[in-house]
Design a protein around this ligand. Sequence first.
Ligand code: CDP
Ligand code: MG
Length: 706
Amino acid sequence: MPKTEKPSEKDNHEPKKLPIYKHKDKLVQAVKENSFLIVTGETGSGKTTQLPQYLYKAGLCRNGRIGVTQPRRVAAITVAQRVCQEMGVQLGEEVGYQVRFDDCSTKDTMIKYMTDGCMLREILADPGLSQYSIVILDEAHERSLNTDVLLGLLKKRLSKASRGHQAPLKVVVMSATLETEKLSSFYGNCPVFTIPGRTYPVKEKFCNLIGPKDKESSVYVKEVVKVTLDVHSSEAAGDILVFLTGQAEIEKACDMLFEKAETLNYRYDVHDRTVEGLLILPLYGSMPTDQQRQIFQPSPKGVRKCVVATNIAATSLTIDGIRYIVDSGFVKQLNHNSRVGLDILEVVPISKSEAQQRTGRAGRTAAGKCFRIYNKDFWDTCMPNYTIPEIQRTSLTSVILTLKCLGVHDVIRFPYLDCPEERFILTALKQLYQFDAIDRRGHVTPLGRLMVEFPLPPNLTRALLKAAALECEDIVLPVAAMLSVENIFIRPGKPEGQKEAEARHSEIAAFAGGSNDFLMLLCVFEKCRASDNPSAWCKEHWIHWRAVKSAFSVESQLRDILLRLKQRKDFPHEKFEGSKSELLRQCLCLGYFTNVARRSVGKSFCTMDGHGSSILIHPSSCLFGQELQLDWIIFHDVLVTSRVYVRTVCPIRYEWVMDLLPKLHEIDVYELSSVAREEVTDEEMVHWEKKEAAKRQAEAREDAAR
Ligand code: CDP
Ligand code: MG
């Protein structure tokens, strides 16, 4: 129970009390005087919410709007909401936001918060960014892939003066206190404006509950819950922020917090969401926005707020009143897995600098405490010093295609703040070549120009374009949409619900033919859309209605893009040969031939991309248990635990990929390195093609000899 009265946090909500306020005039002046400016300050000092307002009120966007990029969509949305509140305007008018598949802005929006991915798309559509007078790249320290690319692009763009008569674009880069010198020297030693922050000391405590070997979610979630309840029952007033890795885990932890509290004879009320003075709130990216807003509301008197969050609460969002941190030591991160040759979302230990950042969140308004559930051994042996920038650890395929479409031919010598490894760039080029998005010279093909228009991963885009060429996009659009939203299947944690949900899901699977996860998605989409009461239908079938609803909206947006592209003269048209019932699977093969596997021993499959990894079908797939009847499959995503599992699986026939598979080995990545660097002359090309042909002949001879 809280021992002392909660300190009043109300004042900190006032924009005039934020550290940035004192520097308002100097900041506006600095932006006026410089084309490039770095602004740095502790998280919570007011950079994201205040600076755009200052610039707007100072009349700096008379000739174009201010765009503020965020690596995370939730941040873009909630910050825009907050700024609207402060300015007393309607969201989507003067102040708005745009994230993938959700545009809440008009052409008159003057302050536009957007994801860095959306800003990249705007540059594609309008390379001079003629609608903008200022671009603020926020959260640069997060080093997201898209922000890193924007950093390089904006450096190039400006030097090219591609804006005609317009005043040059101003670029402001905002970052927490990391790497500002590096950023400044990247932009020709531009000035750095530091907002002095006031922070209070935070006591760090290692709880020694997990060590280097305890990486199972079930283990650390349990310990996190235990520590949180200890903090609640023994520490003075102040809110708690708990760091975990993702939605499922967070929901489980919240449930456990309730249950545990119940066994401690606490009052338990599901609707109230408070347990004996503890208000438990989850916070993760795919949460509905009205629920997210609740996080920022001060807790009622005598009640302690406990926010259980992903890493989003580390820098992107500041919740006032936090005095205690419970750190699990883990984060969910997209990493390129060279074992399987794919990007995989995996749970990994955080870096030491990340742990420091988490700790700092407890000392914003008063002295605080940080409880790390791990021990010193875990800190020393499992946690790297710094987080590696995303550009150095994920697939670059989409980004390289965007760069190529923007006319950046030399993607290796592009000005990266930190260069990705050359082999990653080459792998991306190879993939683009396999999808026919670029040719052997590294030039974008007409197909590549179509592909870049879709905010989807290349394999889905490729499948969709194939379907569209055959005039049957209606079967692939819903699938692409369903794969772009959060998981639609409800899988309850409790055994009773589990059985019921499984039974309902198998009914749908059976209806969809029982042997294709993609088709199952299509089936849910169509059944739900045809139903008189779609939300009731979802409830009955243990499907997340919210997810399906967003899939409806995504589908219509993708359809709009497609309709626009179909107007182009060069849009491909093809005739379909084969059976209609196989149409979906054949279209998918065009996109997923890079993810083909063939059954090898027992229930395991072997991938065909040259890695030859051994994989298993995940229990969540409707094909789980039918492995022995399968031969060839394609899959959408991969889950790596001690083994490699594939999810969203579809059986295929070898004939459908037979002509595509050689493409996987046709071009050597190192051959592409020359075309990645510079324009190749015709002569060099002829020479190279001859060499290639000779090589293939030699290989064929070798094969024949075997
Ligand atoms: O960008 P920086 O971390 O410097 O600070 P900020 O995000 O502008 O936050 C300034 C203040 O606004 C903090 O006290 C936040 O708690 C508050 N804020 C809020 O109440 N609701 C939001 N959606 C975003 C920020
Ligand atoms: Mg910020």
